[in-house]
Each structure stands twice: as C-alpha cells, then as structure tokens.
Design a protein around this ligand. Structure first.
Ligand SMILES: *[C@@H]1O[C@H](CO)[C@@H](O)[C@H](O)[C@H]1NC(C)=O
Ligand SMILES: *[C@@H]1O[C@H](CO)[C@@H](O)[C@H](O)[C@H]1NC(C)=O
Length: 394
C-alpha cells in the first residue's frame, strides 16, 4: 500500500509540475515541428523562402509558435538574428500579409538576416496551452505583464539559445511596448543588440481616439461584466454590441465612419482592396490585457497591472503597482522609433516623452500622413520606413 502511495505521489508530483508550474528550463523543451497549416506553410514556403517552425513553451504553460525564415539565395553561413514581435489582436502572420517586396520581414531576409517571427500566447498559429483550451476562461486569464514576463522572455532566450548571437528586435505597437518593458530586465536586454520600434506605444497620455478613450473609461464601472467575457473577439456579437453601446454613449456616429479609422486613425497607405484578405486572419485578445491597457491610459503610467489596494498588497507588497523603469535599460541599447502623424494611439507627444526616457541613443522618424497601421500594412512603408531599419541595423 505504501509503495502504491509513493508511486501515486510521484506520478502526481510529475503531473503537477508539468501542468501547473510548466517547464523549468523552457528553452530546452522547445522543438521544431512541420505544419503545412502553420505560418511557414501558409505564408512563407509558397514565396520561395526557407522556413522552420518551433514550439516554444512558456513558464506558465503556453506553447508559442516561433518561425525562422530566411532567403535561400543569401547562403547558409551563420546569419544574424532579427526577432519580429506583432501588435495587439495580431499574430506573426501580420508581417507576411503583404507582398514580399512590401514586407519588412521578407526585406530583412533578403538582406541576409535570419528572421525569427514571434507569435504571442492565444494567437491562432500558436499551439495553445498544456492544460487549457481556447474555450476555457483560464486560457484567456492573462494580462500584458505576462507577455513581458513569460512570452518575450521565453522567445528571446530561445532565439539566443539557437543562435548564440545578439538579437535585433523589431516591435510593432504592443510588440514594441512589451519590448520596452522587457528590456528593463537586464537578463533580457543583454540578449538584444538594437531595437527598431514601429508605432511605438508606452505612455498613453495623449491617445486621441475618442472611441478608445471612451472604452478605457467604460472599463472603470463595467469592469466586472467586461472581465467576465475573458476572450475579446472584435468580430463576435457581444463585442459588436459593446462597441455600439460606446458609440451611443459618446455620440460618435460610428455607423457613418470607418470603425477602424476611429481607432487607428485615417490611413494614408493601406491598400483597401486587401481588407477582406487581412480580415481572414483575425486574432482575439484577453479582456484582461485590454483592462490593463485601459488602466495605463487612465493613469498615464507605464507599469504593471493594478489589482487595487488589497490585491496590490498581495501581489506586490505595496499599495500601488510598480512602474517599468525605463532608465534601467542599458545605455548601450539604441533605438529607432518610427511613428505616424495621424496615429491617435502612438501620439507624437507620447512618443517624444518615451524617447526622452530611453537612456541610449534614439533615432526618430515621423511620417506625417501615416496612421497606426500604415507602419505595418501600408504599401509605401517599404520605401519610406523599412530601409531606415536596415540602415539602422547595419
Ligand atoms: C471571432 O468571432 C467570429 C464570429 O463569431 C469568428 O468567425 C472568428 O473565428 C472569431 N475569431 C477568433 C480568433 O476566435
Ligand atoms: C492593391 O491590392 C490588390 C490585391 O492584392 C492588387 O491587385 C493591387 O495592385 C494593389 N494596388 C496597389 C496600388 O498596390
């Protein structure tokens, strides 16, 4: 009987370790996978590029997809790694939706880099969670800090483990934001050589989209109802209803206007005839992630999730949530920040405040007629913006 108990205990503790704590050294548990329906199979091989997909576990049990893409013609000698991180309600595919000559991912591969593409937790091309599935609320129970603490950390350590080389970082929107926060940790910033950030967000003091501002304030009194939704999918019925409510409350005539333009600003350069194709790859996010963004917008802080008084004492041992200390980023890490003059989310004043707080060298590029999305999907960014990234890295 005692033996049986011991066995059961051993079995249970292994199970508990795997299922509850996740991997201990996640990097060594990562492995490659062949998936014709993954990002390589859907967007890369048919363009004539090499592509390998990996599954990278995080310490809290998510199984992220990371692709390594390169140009066959540029040889196989040890190439420098570039890591691309997508934004909110996007996945790694966002870098690959335009023609190769218009895409920064393919341009970097053509210039001889190995391009490592991040796919954050819960994105459709990632591999889910070791315990929870998409239908469970636990799957969506994560906030922005978790992207910083677990996802970015696991993926950058993995790329470093595979290449042994310093990494060039390219972040778009929330992918930039997560980078800034992650680089305040010396263990992470020591892996990174330079960072180019597109539509960079950190301080949200001057967000001028009335819809976004209204939504952020709505979170204050509707937080319980909203957090009960867990998964936030912009195209599902309850979210459409929610937007309608915001529109009515703010007297914004949403139906007369392009809803996306209300959120991301008027686009100069997105090819509208591709919108149906772009929307074939929707991504949800967690409501808690949005709740944290709403907190940051309301407070103007660049910091951790606010659990309110008792929760903060419990989680942080203090009454206010800590901020991410940008002055802790090493001076040797230099940045390129490209932002749009018509971007109501990464407002020029906020980007300037951010640039002033970064300890290292900062190069800035303002594209006056660009909105938030033009930096990623605009069809002129490959001539206006991306060559500056190549030059900055070179
Ligand atoms: C969001 O909801 C729509 C409509 O129900 C659905 O077609 C789509 O697949 C959902 N997206 C995700 C990422 O779950
Ligand atoms: C817009 O996209 C469509 C579909 O991909 C393409 O046929 C057209 O040439 C594009 N127009 C411009 C100006 O890039």
């Amino acid at each position: 009987m005692a033996e049986l108990c011991n066995k059961l205990f051993l079995f249970l503790s292994v199970w508990l370790t795997l299922c509850w704590i996740g991997c201990v050294d996640c990097v060594e548990e990562a492995h490659s996978v062949v998936n014709a329906h993954g990002i390589c199979g859907t967007f890369v091989w048919n363009r004539g590029y090499d592509c390998t997909e990996f599954i990278v576990p995080t310490k809290d049990g998510f199984l992220l997809a990371v692709q390594k893409m390169s140009n066959r013609a540029s040889g196989t000698s040890r190439k420098e790694p570039v890591f691309l991180h997508h934004g909110l309600m996007e996945g790694g595919q966002s870098w690959l939706l335009n023609e190769p000559k218009e895409s920064v991912a393919f341009m970097l591969a053509d210039s001889g880099y190995d391009v490592w593409i991040a796919n954050g937790r819960t994105t459709t091309f990632s591999y889910g969670h070791i315990t929870y599935n998409r239908a469970q609320k636990e799957f969506w129970d994560w906030k922005w800090d978790d992207l910083v603490e677990y996802d970015i950390s696991s993926m950058l350590h993995f790329v470093n483990y595979m290449t042994g080389q310093p990494i060039y970082y390219v972040g778009y929107s929330q992918g930039a934001m997560s980078g800034f926060a992650a680089f305040t940790d010396n263990q992470i910033s020591s892996l990174v050589k330079k960072a180019a950030m597109l539509s960079p967000v950190a301080y949200l003091n001057h967000v001028s989209s009335p819809l976004v501002t209204a939504a952020a304030w709505l979170f204050v009194d509707k937080v319980d109802i909203l957090l009960d939704m867990y998964e936030f999918n912009l195209s599902s019925a309850s979210e459409t209803q929610l937007l309608q409510t915001i529109c009515e409350n703010t007297q914004i005539h949403c139906q007369d206007l392009d809803l996306l333009a209300l959120i991301t600003g008027p686009s100069c350069c997105i090819n509208k005839s591709r919108n149906a194709y772009y929307s074939k790859y929707p991504e949800s996010t967690s409501t808690k992630n949005l709740a944290q963004l709403a907190q940051l917008l309301r407070s103007g802080r660049f910091g951790k999730y606010d659990y309110e008084l008792t929760g903060n004492l419990l989680h942080y041992g203090r009454t206010f949530p800590p901020s991410y200390d940008l002055s802790a980023i090493p001076k040797s890490l230099s940045f390129f920040l490209a932002h749009g003059g018509n971007d109501p989310l990464a407002d020029s004043e906020d980007v300037t405040q951010l640039a002033e707080k970064l300890p290292g060298k900062v190069k800035m590029l303002l594209m006056p007629n660009y909105n938030h999305g033009d930096m990623m999907l605009g069809t002129s960014a490959h001539t206006d913006v991306y060559p500056h990234i190549l030059k900055f890295f070179h």
